[in-house]
Structures are given as structure tokens and as C-alpha cells.
Design a protein. Structure first.
Lengths: 185, 568
């Protein structure tokens, strides 16, 4: 089954590589991975979706904790959580089709964010199901291009407090590695 | 006072208690070597950087301290890879320092540039690329903390040449590492003391599986106390040898592929396995589907990622073993398991008859005889370092280790060429120990250049080459599973006696059992290195053997009585 992890890491060069390399090394296939800043300066948050069983998920969590720049891992698969995906969809839309597409966009509460003579760019956020469904109805009009962010997720309400002390590492020790030199995480 | 990055490196090492390092200089690490002369450090010049990492590993395993290896960028760093992977698999704490090209040149394919932090990412606990003098102290200090903490392992610190040359003020307090164990939350499925004790006290046929973790956590006394209190027999893994005295009546011996037949049978018949500091490697479980089916399982390992990895357990405890055993101690009911113990004795059956030690002397020199004689002649007191292959298994079977950390061997990675350099590290860590290298003729030829290091450092290390003219373990597999098609396993070698003498090491060649004692005694008497070439039976095999992936109790046994080879 799909497991969703929220992984808090130090925002340092090479950390994304450490995390993704761990998944590769332990033969886990990443379904989706997003990363971005958090409310705490210097800490990034990854949302990782992996297809594995319960034992695999627990082992993965343990392995993530062994990474020095990893501060906290929450398996939010079973927690009451909100998950969202964002997609940009460029659809061919001329003449009558354009009106139909715009109606569909309204129904799905998506937004048109760019208009050109032959096409429209639609922005939508929602669950993966919703985006899949929108995509399905747009397909007959001709989907020219699409990009999706992958899932980001957050637990509802106040997350249960963790007993762990945050891992403090000397901020000056930089640890660059691998091929993500143009990425800050 | 300002120090250069190179000086900070040595200052940090000395502050970590480092007195010995193993290394090989080169362009990108030259500033560090230049600064070394100002610090109280013994530097051992190796002949190949792989040797440096094995030496640091042997040093760590013999002493429990962190071993340190140092090399230059590019090929110096890549040569370390095998040794780092060896230390990773066997949880050995080492810190590798590598030079790197100047920070401005990184990514430009500069001379001797290699992405060593990228290369070693999956085989280190952590690694650092240090590009400024200010970062040297925090990185080195954290590297030692990481290498030592939890499940020990290798850490690499890659320091650019300009970071070694630049100067800065050092604030040692600020460089203090603050690694907290973030992972102390109890996860569902984690057992507690009560769950474990309930199973232990109720078990009728329990068995302790003791691994390397016994020594890494310093639980040698606790495990024996626990076993005695509950009257539970102990089986050990290859790396667990020495953690429990071989002569202890509850110690059954080694489990697994070349473990004792009755030990493997006992595992299959047990109703409770208590796995302590071991990781259910495929070499000890055989076929997982049929492994110990009637047993409940308790698993204590400091590395939570090991729990439920290969074998599903009823109680998994991610904890330092010594801490866990101390928690159990007040609750363990005194056991009387004489029926179970008697049953295991009965399982031995005709094993004594089959034992090669009890077969009539047919004039041939068998490796098992050499090793058994070595055990008797050294009173079981030597620190033995083995390579990988048949001799390694015979050593595990016939050298009875009563002391912790008295057997050093490459288990997880199975690195041929490990023995000689690891023994150099062990001898430097424990100068008073009687160190014996037991090595095959194949593995010895991989790293025998380190004999020069033995001589240059004036080390009293004895080398017993178990020379059968084959890559013996692979030949054995070919004999059993590939219809005796000996593809690429016959191996020639130099005249090892003359070779050793060329290094200035006294040496002997032994071909009959009658000469073994004399050669061993003479090597022991002299307080300098010795090499003995034991030319043993060429096509002997290690018994018993569980074929890879087979059920643990489906063992190939030594034919009884021994079948003479065609040459007879």
C-alpha cells in the first residue's frame, strides 16, 4: 500500500541526494517526492510517497532517522491528513471547444491562468483523484502538456507531540555530495 | 591563535584521543601531512590505501577505539572504498580523512579529482565535504561522534586543499557535536521488557543467538550471566565468536552455513530464539521460509532498521544490548532446561566420529589440523585475524576463542585481502597481543605488499598461509554445485618463503603435520614477524555446509570416514 512520510531535514546541499539515495539503496520505489521550506528557517520538509508494506514502512522510517541531517520522520499514512497535488494542464482549445473547456474548469473549481489563441493553461489543486478526473475529461480536447507537483500532506489539527529532541548539528559543517549541486536541498 | 585547517585537523584528532593513523600521502593531502609532524601521532605508511582502511578497521575491532585512515584525493580516495564498505557491513567505527582538490576546482575534473562523498554515500554512516578551514573542527568532531554512536560504522571527511591551507581561529566549544538520538519513540511492534521476559520464562526450548553486538555493546559478562541464570544455550555468529567464551558449557558454537550441524538443528527445533546483537544474515538463516518455524522470536539490536528485516519477530527491541540485558536481569526466572540441553547433546550424534581431528593420520596435512594445532600451541590466547574463504571457516570451527575481540574477520562483505592489513591495525592497537594472520594463498596475494609495512613498522606479526593452490571456497562450490568444473580457481603463487625472506621476514614452508608445532613455536619465540607457508591438502572441503538458500538443517556432512582423494 502507499505510505506517506513527512520528513524534516536540514536545508543543506546534498540532503535530497542522501534521502533519495537511501530509497534507491534499500530498493524502495518513490511514487512521489516533494520538498520545500518549512516555518522553521534552515529546515526543509519532504513529503514522500512510497509503495511498501507496514514492515517496509517501519524500516524506511528507521533508515531515515539514521541519516545525520534528518531531524524527524512522521508516517502520516493513517493520520487524519490533508493531501494536495497541484497540476498545470495545457489544453488545446479553439472555437466551441474553448467554451466547453472553460465550463469544465468551473465545475472542477480550477483556474485558467494563461490564454493563447490555440490553447489554455489550467491550474488546479486537489487530491490526486480530483486531478486525475479533471485530466480525464480534458483529454478529448487534446492535452498538450501537463506538469504535477506530487503530493504534499499535513496532519489536521495539532499533531501529537513527539518525545524526540531535535537533532542539533553544527550549522557550519557543510556536506555537499552527489549531483544536485544546483539544488539547495 | 590562528591555526591552519591542516593543524585544526590534527588538533581535532588528538583531542579525540587518536594516537595512530594509517595512510598514504599525495598532492591534495600534502598540507595535512606537512602539519602532522607537529603533533604526537604515529603515522603508519601503508602500501595501498585499501590497506589503510583495513588497518583502521582492525585497529577499531581490536581496541574498540575509532580507527583512522588518511589518503589523498582521486585514486587514493577510491582505493579506500572496499575497506569502507567492509567496515560498514561489520559495524566497525573508522574515520577516513581524504584530501580533495581546491574548492574552486570542484566539478571541473581537475587532476586527481573524484566525487568521493558521492561514491561513499551508501557505504558510510555519513560523510562530509569540507571546503573551509572553519568547518574542519566541527566536521571532524561530528565524524567521530557519528562513527561511535549507535551502531558503529565508517565516516568519511573529504577536505579540500584550500581548506587545509587557510587559517582561522578555532572555538572548540562551538565545534562540540550535538548528536541526539532522535529515534527514541516507541513504534508499534516494539517490544518492552515484559513481552520479552514473558516469552523467555515460558520457553521450554529457548536458544540465544549471539552476534557481533555482544562485543560492540560490551555485554560479554551480561550475556553469560543471562544465559546461566535462565539456563539457555547460546549459538554464535561468525562475528559473535569470542563474545561468549568457547569453553563455556552453554556455548554450543557457531551457527549458519558452516556452523555445527547440531547447532543448526537446535535452531530449527527451538521454541524461542533470542537474537542478541545479530542481524539474521542469509549466511546464518538459510531458507527464510523454513527458518525456525516453531520458534517465537525476540530480537534485540541497536539498529531499529534491522528489526523485521529478514525474519519477522514477535518482540523487537531497538536498544543497546547491555542496557536491554540489564533491564531483563531482575525478571529472568532461574531456569531448569536440562531436558532441552540433554537433547542438544544428543543431536551431536556421530559428529565426533566425523570430526577431522579424530580421523587417523593419513600423512596428509589438513588445514583444520594446522589451525587446531595453532590453537593448542598458542593456548587459545592469540589474537587471530583471518581472511575470507575456507581457512576462515576452519579457523572459526577449530580455533576456540575464549576472549572477546580475539577473532577479527571480514564477515558481512567477505573481503579477501582483509587479513594482513587488519592484523597490522590490530597489532598497533594491542602491541602486547600475540597476533596471528590466518590467510589463504589467494587472499594473501591480494594485499601481501603490506608485508613491507610490517617490516617498516617493525611489527611482530605471524602469518600462517593456508596454501592449497586453489581459491578453495569457490572450488568447493564448483565441486558441490558446478560438477567439479574448476573454472579459474586453480591459483599459482610465488614461493612464499622466498617472498617473505625478500622482505626481510623469516619464513618456513611446511608440508607435513609433524613439522607444524616446530614452525609455530619458532615463529612465536622470535619477537619479529614470521611467515609460514602451510602447503595443505588441495581439495579438502569445509563441512558441514548448508547450500546457499537451502533449509538450515539440510547440511552436507563430511563423509565418514574421510574419502581419500584420487591422488592416493
Amino acid at each position: 500500500m502507499l505510505h506517506t512520510f513527512a520528513v524534516y531535514v536540514d536545508n543543506k546541499p546534498g540532503v535530497l541526494n542522501r534521502v533519495s539515495s537511501l530509497f534507491r539503496r534499500r530498493a524502495f520505489n518513490i511514487e512521489s517526492l516533494t520538498v520545500g521550506h518549512t516555518e522553521t528557517p534552515g529546515i526543509s520538509r519532504m513529503t514522500v510517497v512510497v509503495d511498501t508494506d507496514e514492515y517496509g514502512a517501519r524500516r524506511l522510517e528507521a533508515h531515515l532517522y539514521k541519516l545525520v541531517p534528518c531531524r524527524r520522520v512522521d508516517n502520516i499514512t493513517d493520520a487524519p491528513a490533508i493531501a494536495r497535488d497541484l497540476a498545470l494542464i495545457k489544453v488545446s482549445a479553439t472555437g466551441e471547444a474553448r467554451t466547453h473547456v472553460m465550463q469544465l474548469v468551473d465545475v472542477y473549481r480550477a483556474r485558467i491562468i494563461d490564454v493563447s489563441p490555440e490553447s489554455l493553461v489550467i491550474e488546479t489543486t486537489g487530491t490526486e483523484d480530483k486531478i486525475d478526473s479533471l485530466l480525464e475529461v480534458l483529454r478529448p480536447y487534446g492535452v498538450i502538456e501537463m506538469v504535477r507537483t506530487g503530493r504534499v500532506a499535513m496532519i489536521r489539527g495539532l499533531a501529537p507531540a513527539r518525545r524526540t529532541a531535535p537533532r542539533v548539528t553544527p550549522a557550519t559543517a557543510s556536506d555537499i555530495s552527489g549531483d544536485v549541486s544546483n539544488c539547495s536541498v | 591563535m590562528k591555526l591552519t585547517g591542516a593543524q585544526i585537523l590534527w588538533e581535532a584528532l588528538v583531542r579525540e584521543g587518536v594516537s595512530d593513523v594509517f595512510g598514504y600521502p599525495g598532492g591534495a593531502i600534502l598540507p595535512a601531512y606537512d602539519a602532522m609532524l607537529g603533533y604526537p601521532i604515529r603515522h603508519v605508511l601503508v602500501r595501498h590505501e585499501q590497506g589503510a582502511t583495513h588497518m583502521a578497521d582492525g585497529y577499531a575491532r581490536a581496541s574498540g577505539k575509532v580507527g583512522v585512515a588518511i589518503a589523498t584525493s582521486g585514486p587514493g580516495a577510491t582505493n579506500m572504498v572496499t575497506g569502507i564498505a567492509t567496515a560498514m557491513m561489520d559495524s566497525s567505527p573508522i574515520v577516513c580523512i581524504t584530501g580533495q582538490v581546491g574548492s574552486k576546482l570542484i566539478g571541473s575534473d581537475a587532476f586527481q579529482e573524484t566525487d568521493i562523498t558521492g561514491i561513499t554515500l551508501p557505504i558510510t554512516k555519513h560523510n562530509y565535504l569540507v571546503t573551509s578551514a572553519e568547518d574542519v573542527a566541527p566536521a571532524v568532531r561530528e565524524a567521530f561522534a557519528v562513527a561511535r554512536s549507535g551502531r558503529p560504522g565508517p565516516v568519511l571527511v573529504d577536505i579540500t586543499k584550500d581548506a587545509q591551507q587557510a587559517s582561522c581561529e578555532v572555538d572548540w566549544e562551538a565545534a562540540e557535536p550535538h548528536l541526539t538520538e532522535a529515534y527514541d519513540d516507541a513504534l508499534p511492534g516494539d517490544g518492552d521488557v515484559r513481552d520479552a521476559i514473558e516469552l523467555i520464562n515460558a520457553a521450554e526450548r529457548p536458544l540465544i543467538l549471539a552476534g557481533h553486538g555482544v562485543m560492540l555493546s560490551g555485554a560479554e559478562r551480561e550475556i553469560v550471566a543471562f544465559a546461566e541464570q535462565a539456563q539457555i544455550p547460546i549459538a554464535v555468529t561468525l562475528l559473535g565468536i569470542g563474545g561468549v567464551p568457547a569453553s563455556h558449557p552453554l556455548n554450543l558454537g557457531m551457527m549458519g552455513m558452516h556452523g555445527e550441524a547440531w547447532v543448526n538443528t537446535a535452531i530449527q527445533e527451538a521454541d524461542l530464539l533470542i537474537a542478541l546483537g545479530m542481524r539474521f544474515d542469509d549466511r546464518v538463516t538459510g531458507n527464510l521460509r523454513t527458518y525456525a518455524r516453531s520458534a517465537r522470536k525476540i530480537h534485540v539490536d541497536i539498529d531499529r532498521a534491522e528489526l523485521n528485516k529478514n525474519v519477522r519477530v514477535d518482540v523487537g527491541i531497538a536498544k543497546d544490548l547491555r542496557v536491554a540485558l540489564n533491564e531483563w536481569q531482575p525478571h529472568v526466572a532461574p531456569g531448569n532446561r536440562s531436558r532441552w540441553l540433554a537433547h542438544i547433546q544428543a543431536l551431536k550424534g556421530d559428529v565426533a566420529v566425523r570430526d577431522i581431528q579424530n580421523l587417523p593420520d593419513n600423512g596428509h596435512l589438513y588445514a583444520a589440523h594446522v589451525i587446531n594445532d595453532l590453537w593448542r600451541l598458542t593456548d587459545g590466547e592469540a589474537l587471530v585475524v583471518t581472511d575470507v574463504g575456507q581457512h576462515q571457516m576452519w579457523e572459526a570451527q577449530y580455533y576456540k576463542h575464549d576472549r572477546s575481540r580475539s577473532l577479527i574477520t571480514s564477515g558481512g562483505l567477505g573481503t579477501m585481502g582483509f587479513a594482513l592489513p587488519a592484523a597490522i591495525g590490530a597489532k598497533i592497537a594491542c602491541p602486547d597481543a600475540e597476533v596471528w594472520v590466518v590467510v589463504g594463498d589467494g587472499g594473501f596475494q591480494m594485499t601481501m605488499a603490506e608485508l613491507a609495512t610490517v617490516v617498516q613498522e617493525n611489527l611482530d606479526i605471524n602469518v600462517a598461509i593456508i596454501n592449497n593452490g586453489y581459491l578453495g571456497m569457490v572450488r568447493q562450490w564448483q565441486e558441490f554445485f558446478y560438477d567439479k568444473r574448476y573454472a579459474a580457481t586453480p591459483i599459482s603463487g610465488p614461493n612464499f618463503q622466498k617472498l617473505a625472506e625478500a622482505f626481510g621476514i623469516s619464513a618456513a614452508t611446511i608440508t607435513t603435520r609433524g613439522e607444524v608445532a616446530g614452525a609455530v613455536e619458532s615463529a612465536r619465540r622470535q619477537k619479529r614477524a614470521a611467515v609460514i607457508d602451510f602447503q595443505v591438502e588441495q581439495e579438502d572441503s569445509v563441512y558441514p555446509m548448508v547450500p546457499a538458500g537451502a533449509d538450515l538443517d539440510r547440511m552436507i556432512r563430511r563423509p565418514s570416514p574421510i574419502v581419500e582423494t584420487a591422488a592416493d
